[in-house]
Design a protein. Structure first.
Lengths: 190, 565
């Protein structure tokens, strides 16, 4: 069987005002324009009153370019950065509740240890494992534990930050004619 | 002195220079109406249906370039505004809608006349506000007007709960400037981008300017003409770009697209450079994208970065305020004459005379509009509805001054012609305003004839009456094997008697030789007049590029019965 190429994944960061309804505005824009969000993580940023959203978006580059411009057009969005062409640290957190038996518990704990994951809850028939890492690492642990029976799982979606001294939000703008409402900082090719 | 939330709204509107508010009251917004009664500087125009309030504010805004204001109550009042708000959003019209909301404690409890209007209007406004504290009323209105009128204009809705309107706790403090850290409308463009655009223009052998609504919005009509004249570049105007350059300007080619001039679509097909100014390559302009302008590079200048590369990939995309960017660009453009290109365009015009009105004893709608424009001197404001009459007006009326064709382009809202004409005339009482209507659209909003009568708003209504939904019928004729269904209006009212019922002048025209006199009579009468032009009922709009097709599938003239269509 021929496998289709996985869709391109792109990471976008948006700094938004921490106001009621902002998430709705962002989500509504994605829905209305037919853009596909692979994951979205929202939390406080280093600046008071501003939240930081990390989007992982599937699609071709022109689509992602439209996403960034449409995002930037939202009044409550302060700044949009496309960071996929940067060296980034990207992490997500997952909690997995795994069924255990006296026979399997040891093996499961070993896998957790190998992945530097934490056991955060344990009972006679289950453990809850907390893992932090890149998407592929979390995928790998999930695959390993699946045969034992994952009865419940939650993944936060990626949060990301540009490596080095340079701030992701001030990533260089390499000659892209943009800037609608706020400032979009993006790299080559977009 | 402490003021109520409602009084703060009124003070804020006065600060913004508002003199007219179109609206209709109801329970939740009543505190605002109570306050407005004490602000004679704010004239409230009571409509019969809230859709008319939004569309009148839209017509006012397009005719004057100022922000139009409408108001309505919660629930059905607010939802009735929706079509008007969406119309303004699609056509980038500055509009502020103020709606009453149920009291804060009732929000979320499905209270009487409660609806989540900020939720409903989220995708059809540029921005909206639900104001939950009286301290936030003045800042929200300041920001609403700022957002509505700057950058790419658009509608902004401000929803205010009844108890916030009643809250008498603060003084009126007008903010110095809006607090919008995420909103920075662009001004000039980087010179490097402008220089790249100028290079393409200077190298082009067969360039075409495509001028859109942005030219009018940015008040860049003189710059458009300067650019066109300096390099002798022909100007094609989109439906909403019409009146950005006088109809009789030698470089003005008129409208392209679905019902545009055949020679314009052919010119675009043959052009080596498109210069898109304040337009968005709408599907009615481009047809099938992969066949659009196959030989052309594209310079695209727009204030909204998200329009660049959205439909048509630009060779040089430029974000900026059009007037400012054109002022940067024009000095870098070399004078040119493009003699061979103009020769070619003259041939195209001769071979494809799209505006020819055939000789006929019957009353052709194209003839009516041609005469209406001619007799009224071409310096009136024409407000249209949507459909065949709209396309014929775009094709056959002439325009001399900016913002003299007012029409719902993007959303295509039938019924726009009555309320928008009301707003246009109230904004520009110095201009004759013709509301060119179809009998279908007219009946959607004719309840607001009463508003025109009540306020003595002098609108001349020209109904092109074919007793049907003509454009739909045309599509059924061609695409659905003439299976006419749900398009015939057999029970239309007698529009002359309708005029009489409203106490205004009404005339019926059924013959060609009556047209000029009727138009002249309407212009001479003071006050609203309705002319019922009973036109040939199976006339169709051509040229025609069917939706989703290209210039290669263009049908230039109405085929004889029994033909391929």
């Amino acid at each position: 069987m021929v496998q289709a190429n996985p869709p391109e994944q792109h990471t976008i960061i948006a700094l938004v005002e921490d106001k009621p309804g902002v998430l709705t505005r962002v989500a509504s824009m994605f829905r209305r324009r037919g853009f596909n969000i692979a994951s979205l993580a929202v939390g406080r940023s280093e600046k008071r009153g501003l939240s930081r959203m990390t989007f992982v978006v599937n699609g071709e580059l022109p689509t992602v370019q439209q996403v960034t411009r449409q995002l930037d057009k939202l009044i409550d969005v302060i700044q949009v950065s496309y960071i996929s062409t940067h060296q980034v640290v990207a992490r997500e957190l997952a909690l997995m509740k795994v069924t255990t038996t006296p026979a399997t518990r040891g093996e499961i704990m070993q896998f957790a240890e190998l992945f530097s994951a934490n056991i955060v809850d344990v009972g006679s028939t289950y453990v809850v494992i907390e893992i932090t890492g890149g998407e592929q690492k979390v995928d790998a642990l999930e695959n390993l534990l699946s045969p034992f029976g994952i009865t419940e799982m939650v993944r936060t979606g990626l949060v990301a930050m540009v490596r080095g001294q340079e701030s992701g939000m001030e990533a260089e703008n390499l000659g892209v004619p943009i800037s609608g409402n706020g400032i979009i900082k993006m790299d080559s090719g977009i | 002195m402490k003021l109520s939330g409602a009084e703060i709204v009124c003070e804020s509107l006065l600060q913004e220079g508002v003199d007219l508010v179109f609206g209709l009251p109801g329970g939740a917004v009543l505190p605002l109406y109570g306050a407005m009664a004490r602000y004679p500087g704010l004239r409230h125009v009571l409509v019969r249906h809230e859709q008319a309030a939004a569309m009148a504010a839209d017509g006012y805004a397009r005719a004057t370039g100022r922000v139009g204001v409408c108001s309505a109550t919660s629930g059905p009042g607010a939802t009735n505004l929706v079509t008007g708000i969406a119309t303004a959003q699609m056509d980038s019209v500055p509009l502020v809608a103020i709606t009453g909301q149920v009291p804060r404690a009732a929000i979320g409890r499905d209270a009487f006349q409660e609806t989540d209007v900020t939720g409903i209007t989220l995708p059809i406004t540029k921005h909206n506000f639900l104001v939950m504290e009286v301290e936030d009323v003045a800042p929200a209105i300041k920001e609403a007007f700022h957002i509505a009128r700057t950058g790419r204009p658009g509608p902004v809705l401000v929803d205010i709960p009844k108890d916030v309107l009643q809250d008498l706790r603060t003084e009126f403090v007008w903010p110095d400037k809006p607090n919008l850290p995420g909103y920075h409308p662009p001004g000039e463009a980087p010179m490097s981008e402008v220089a790249r655009a100028a290079d393409l223009i200077n190298q082009a052998k067969q360039p075409v300017i495509m001028a859109g609504h942005g030219v009018l919005i940015s008040q860049a009509c003189n710059e458009l003409i300067d650019l066109a004249e300096k390099a002798q570049i022909p100007v094609i105007t989109t439906l909403l770009g019409i009146s950005s350059i006088p109809s009789d300007h030698v470089l003005n080619m008129g409208m392209p697209g679905m019902h545009g001039m055949a020679y314009n679509n052919l010119a675009i097909d043959q052009a080596d450079l498109l210069i898109g100014l304040g337009m968005r390559f709408d599907d009615r302009v481009t047809g099938r994208l992969r066949d659009f302008a196959p030989n052309a590079q594209v310079v695209h200048i727009d204030v909204d970065a998200s329009e660049l590369d959205k439909n048509v990939k630009a060779t040089v995309p430029v974000t900026g305020d059009l007037k400012k960017v054109l002022n940067q660009l024009i000095p870098m453009v070399q004078p040119n004459v493009h003699i061979d290109w103009h020769r070619r365009l003259d041939e195209l015009k001769a071979e494809h005379p799209s505006l020819y009105i055939r000789e006929s004893e019957e009353l052709l709608p194209q003839y009516v509009l041609n005469r209406l424009s001619e007799v009224s001197g071409g310096d009136c404001i024409v407000v249209t509805g949507v459909g065949q009459h709209q396309m014929w007006a775009a094709q056959h009326c002439t325009f001399r001054e900016p913002n003299t064709l007012i029409t719902s382009g993007g959303l295509g809202s039938m019924g726009y012609e009555v309320p928008a004409a009301l707003g246009a005339r109230m904004g520009r009482p110095d201009k004759t305003v013709w509301s060119v209507a179809g009998d279908g659209g007219f009946q959607m909003t004719m309840c607001d004839l009463a508003t025109a009568v009540e306020n003595n708003v002098d609108i001349k209504f020209a109904i092109l009456n074919n007793q049907s939904l003509g454009m739909v019928k045309q599509m059924q004729d061609v695409f659905y094997d003439r299976e006419y269904y749900a398009v015939e209006y057999s029970g239309n009212p007698d529009f002359v008697k309708l005029a009489a019922a409203y106490g205004i002048d009404g005339l019926r025209v059924t013959r060609k030789d009556e047209v000029d006199d009727a138009v002249r009579h309407a212009m001479e009468v003071s006050g609203p007049v309705i002319i019922d032009f009973v036109v040939k009922d199976d006339e169709q709009v051509y040229p025609w590029i069917p939706a989703g097709e290209s210039v290669h599938e263009m049908i230039e003239v109405q085929p004889a019965r029994g033909g391929p269509y």
